[in-house]
Design a protein around this ligand. Structure first.
Ligand SMILES: Nc1nc2c(c(=O)[nH]1)N[C@H]1C(S)=C(S)[C@@H](COP(=O)(O)O)O[C@H]1N2
Ligand SMILES: [Mo]
Length: 226
């Protein structure tokens, strides 16, 4: 096994972290990062590898399938090649975990979730999108408006290379405008649904709307402007 700083987030640790998820703590974390202290912390500027289950699912690249179902006109099962054949979006952003660590200038590449939604055709009555993981543990959700933001990606490249198994490869979600917990790893299924279904982290105390700017309301300043 490669040596690295791994953080396996067991349920005990999760319960402890649940205590520090208030918005005041988030502001404190942002303040610390804003003054440059983030870079001075031990392990600064490095990803922690998270997995609720304590292990990383193994999904071979040629066996990878992304199911897109629910309130859609044309349910689809997409391979990695299908995703790579769609128009690619590349982003460079600071990745921020709500617990305070962050990694600057991370390069991401993948397909805009909006393009996948357009490909399958969202049916009337749909209001949200739910995500499942090959780990059978993590779940996430976004409103349809959030899901259509141009910097929400179904990502197959990260840090200048294919997304590694540890980071959620072959394919993970990358929700650039929100804290890291929204970026579900080992993405297996996208379901278009008629209500927001709070996911694993939300059930454990994280805000359903994980905006990096700290707003907890249902809207982002950019919604409606895109
Ligand atoms: N399937 C799954 N996705 C996940 C998590 C997880 O434990 N399991 N942790 C989330 C959290 S809290 C963060 S900060 C990021 C961390 O990404 P990394 O493990 O690539 O550093 O993944 C998010 N996606
Ligand atoms: Mo996180």
């Amino acid at each position: 096994m490669p040596v690295g700083r791994r953080v396996f987030l067991g349920l005990g640790a999760l319960a402890a972290i649940g205590v520090v998820l208030g918005s005041r703590i988030q502001s404190a974390a942002r303040g610390a990062l804003g003054t440059g202290l983030g870079g001075l912390l031990p392990f600064g500027d490095r990803f922690r590898l998270y997995s609720i289950t304590g292990s990383y699912p193994t999904v071979a690249r040629d066996a990878y399938r992304l199911e897109v179902s629910g309130l859609v006109e044309r349910p689809a099962t997409l391979t990695l090649a299908d995703l790579e054949a769609m128009p690619a979006t590349r982003l460079v952003r600071t990745f921020q975990c709500v617990t305070g660590w962050s990694v600057p200038d991370v390069e991401w590449e993948g397909v805009a979730l909006s393009a996948i939604l357009d490909r399958v055709g969202v049916r009337p009555g749909a209001v949200a999108v739910s995500f499942d993981s090959y780990d059978h543990a993590d779940t996430e959700s976004l409103t349809l408006d959030q899901a259509r933001l141009p910097d929400v990606l179904v990502a197959y490249r990260m840090l200048g290379a294919p997304v590694t198994r540890e980071h959620g490869g072959p394919v993970r979600l990358y929700v650039a405008p929100m804290f890291g917990y929204k970026s579900l790893k080992w993405l297996s299924r996208i379901r278009v649904v008629n209500r927001v279904e709070p996911g694993f982290w939300e059930d454990n105390g994280y805000p359903v709307n994980g905006w990096l700017d700290g707003s907890t309301g249902p809207t982002d300043p950019r919604l409606g402007l895109a």
